[in-house]
Design a protein around this ligand. Structure first.
Ligand SMILES: *Cc1c(COP(=O)(O)O)cnc(C)c1O
Length: 394
């Protein structure tokens, strides 16, 4: 039924639009862990909920369709999805991985996989020659996150995927920042797409979830086996929340993205802001690459203030965004990468990657853009005018 429908429509009008048993316009939450079988030689489709559960299955089918894949898999967190996908590798394999990946993925690769004899090389993935140089005889995976976290560097997915194919390696893409609304890595040649569904897909800061989607049947079977073996499956209540979030994905993304562009334009003109990182700005070094593979710049930007002292005051005075880890929610979220998402990285590693102590990341929500800009303008002004933070402001 999905042929020819727009993405916006597909979010609502898919196979799970209503429950075929009752007509209920919401996927039923099936709590059962086990399923009664009718006879000794005729088992039904479902037997145990770690292996297959109809509520989780609905979400898996929805995300597979939205990403243009054949099979989806839902996990208990983004890290569970990413870690399970890494289990497709074997001892002796080598990964080429983007240098400013999500802190949790960095930790998994550097602290866990190394203990199992899986090595890695970090590269600046915006430089395709550097990626090629980093490939070894035993490289089996090119791991991409684009735009990256927190510096919003853009990797050419098509170029990396074709390079990977030439070397007999897989390409995995963490598509958390874009969602399939803006970017569909499988269409660009990637083998596996990963999501922290905790972010834009759920969109309301109320669920922790992870998703993976593949196109190839053999890869799907291997990933299914790992999902079932490792067992980090998504619970049914959370699967339901992610499905509810997905229904409004396009309207939330459109509003957040429009706001993000306005906020980025405001920040880049402000004298207290040293630099703004946002793929929507023409001066972004990979602006054109991004435009060629995604239909919009998304709603996450980072900016560097003139000093760490100024940053601390700004965090203190700004009123609207929550100051927290995470991103991709209806409310704006301001985070401090050096102390939050990238705290797992040593100071030297952070410095090498340009993640300074005066860098903030902002995930722009669906508030009124004018209110956000006024809030930031005032916070910056107050930061300049006070030599020390006055505790009664908040
Ligand atoms: C949050 C995030 C993750 C990890 O997801 P969790 O749901 O927190 O486990 C992975 N990649 C990116 C880009 C993220 O933002």
């Amino acid at each position: 039924m999905s042929e020819g429908l727009s993405f916006d429509t597909l979010l609502l009008h898919n196979k799970h639009k209503f429950d075929p048993a009752t007509g209920g316009v919401s996927v039923p939450i099936q709590h059962a862990s086990t399923y009664h079988q009718l006879s000794a030689d005729n088992f039904g489709k479902y037997d145990y909920s770690r292996s297959l559960n109809p509520t989780r299955e609905a979400l898996e089918e929805i995300i597979a369709e939205l990403e243009g894949g054949t099979r989806g898999f839902a996990f208990s967190s983004g890290m569970a999805a990413i870690s399970t996908a890494f289990l497709l590798l074997s001892q002796g394999d080598h990964i080429v991985i983007a240098e400013d990946v999500y802190g949790g993925s960095f930790r998994m690769v550097t602290q866990v996989l190394t203990r199992f004899g899986i090595q890695h090389t970090f590269v600046d993935m915006t430089d395709i020659e550097a990626v090629e140089k980093a490939i070894q005889h035993n490289t089996t995976l090119l791991y991409v996150e684009t735009p990256s976290n927190p510096l919003l560097k853009v990797t050419d997915i098509k170029a990396v995927s074709s390079l990977a194919k030439r070397h007999g390696a897989y390409t995995f893409v963490d598509n958390t920042f874009m969602t399939p609304f803006l970017q569909r890595p499988l269409d660009l040649g990637a083998d596996l797409v990963l999501h922290s569904a905790t972010k834009f897909l759920s969109g309301h800061s109320d669920t922790v979830a992870g998703l993976a989607v593949v196109k190839d049947e053999e890869l799907a079977n291997r990933l299914y086996s790992l999902q079932n073996s490792f067992g980090a499956v998504l619970g049914v209540q959370d699967a339901w929340l992610v499905m509810r979030g997905i229904k409004t994905l396009s309207v939330r993304m459109k509003q957040s993205q429009e706001n993000a562009m306005k906020v980025a334009s405001f920040l880049k003109e402000h004298s207290f802001v040293r630099k703004v990182y946002y793929p929507g700005l023409e001066e972004h070094p990979q602006h054109e690459t991004h435009k060629s593979q995604a239909s919009g710049p998304g709603a996450v930007l980072s900016f560097e203030l003139q000093s760490e002292e100024l940053l601390k005051k700004f965090i203190h005075y700004t009123q609207l965004p929550v100051f927290a880890v995470s991103l991709g929610a209806v409310e704006s979220i301001l985070s401090y990468p050096a102390k939050m998402s990238h705290a797992a990285m040593s100071e030297t590693e952070r410095a090498k990657r340009g993640i300074s102590d005066s860098l903030l990341r902002l995930s722009v929500g669906i508030e009124g853009a004018g209110d956000l800009i006024n809030d930031f303008r005032l916070a910056l002004e107050l930061s300049r005018n006070t030599s020390r933070i006055e505790e009664d402001v908040r």
